[in-house]
Design a protein around this ligand. Structure first.
Ligand SMILES: [Zn+2]
Length: 318
């Protein structure tokens, strides 16, 4: 039997299957960091074009209770508090302030996290979510939050004032299939797809940008609002492909990586005559994205950024 627990992280949430060992736990944390780093870069670069923004400290948090084997989690990560920093994103606020993987989070704006009431059975799913909410509320009201950390050098108090960027969360899903999804705010990518793109961060950026595009364009609301037909779903897929390469270009990724991914993924998964008609075949995806890449080359830049027409057309950019 597989034990599946939700792992909620600062910018990442994951489900974790059983049979853990220290190596598997550490590998999961590295994959989380890779996904979070790419998501952070896309969310930060495209900030002017997003209506929904949130302050992002550039760290990944995890909760000891989310691991099936607490002793193994302690051995892998050395939790100094029940909720701790799993990794810091290069170039983010947490890194700049000297916060390190392994630092335990003990208080936010004077709220002692160890005193928050939770039933034991709720710890894995509820505690980190609650802490994220407290942290988000603190940053949302004043733009800053004072945190207390338990570090290798003892207690530290740090004031965080992280930058606002496109509001997005990134979930590492430990399923092995080649699958990704968007739910309106979050981007989910399977461990299978992380492995499929292990040699090329640009291809993982293409996946994340495509799913972020669904979120930025409100596709979930549109499709769940009655437009569930195949044509409607296909239209949203084409829009996500079109916007994805603009998001990538603004974040400094090579847009050709999206073409490479479309081909590799298509050759692996295209169903040919069994296709349900909701997705373009890979050569057509490439054609759509090549048209956009040509437009990107001609677009005016402002502060090194190019405004994606799909977002400006929706008057998302004020
Ligand atoms: Zn899609």
């Amino acid at each position: 039997m597989r034990i599946v627990l939700m792992i909620a992280l600062a910018t990442t949430q994951s489900t974790f299957a059983a049979a853990p060992d220290v190596f598997a736990y550490k590998a999961l944390a590295r994959e989380d960091l890779r996904l979070s780093t790419i998501g952070y870069r896309l969310a930060a670069a495209n900030t002017p074009f997003c209506t929904r923004k949130s302050r992002n400290p550039g760290w990944v948090l995890h909760d000891k209770a989310q691991y099936p084997d607490a002793d193994m989690a302690q051995a892998a990560f050395g939790f100094r508090a029940a909720v701790a920093v799993s990794a810091v994103i290069p170039g983010g606020t947490a890194e700049a302030l000297g916060i390190k993987a392994g630092d335990g989070l003990s208080a936010i704006n004077g709220i002692e996290l160890s005193k928050l009431p939770f039933a034991q059975r709720d710890l894995a799913s509820a505690r980190l979510e609650k802490i994220q909410t407290i942290f988000g509320d603190a940053l949302g009201s004043s733009g800053t939050a004072e945190i207390a950390l338990v570090t290798s050098e003892g207690q530290k108090r740090i004031t965080l004032a992280p930058p606002a960027m496109c509001a997005s969360r990134f979930w590492l899903d430990t399923k092995s299939g080649l699958d990704a999804g968007a739910d309106g705010i979050s981007v989910r990518v399977t461990e299978g797809l992380l492995a499929f793109t292990a040699h090329d961060d640009g291809q993982l950026a293409a996946i994340v940008a495509h799913e972020m595009a669904h979120n930025l364009l409100g596709h979930r609301q549109r499709v769940s609002g009655g437009g569930k037909g195949r044509g409607q779903i296909l239209a949203t897929e084409i829009e996500a492909d079109r916007l994805s390469v603009w998001l990538m270009a603004n974040a400094g990724y090579d847009t050709a990586a999206a073409l490479r991914f479309a081909e590799r993924y298509g050759r692996k998964t295209d169903l040919g005559i069994f296709s349900d008609g909701t997705h373009l075949r890979w050569k057509n995806r490439q054609r759509v994205m090549r048209q956009e890449i040509a437009l990107i080359a001609q677009a005016e830049t402002s502060s090194g950024l190019r405004a994606p027409p799909l977002l400006t057309a929706l008057e998302i950019v004020k």
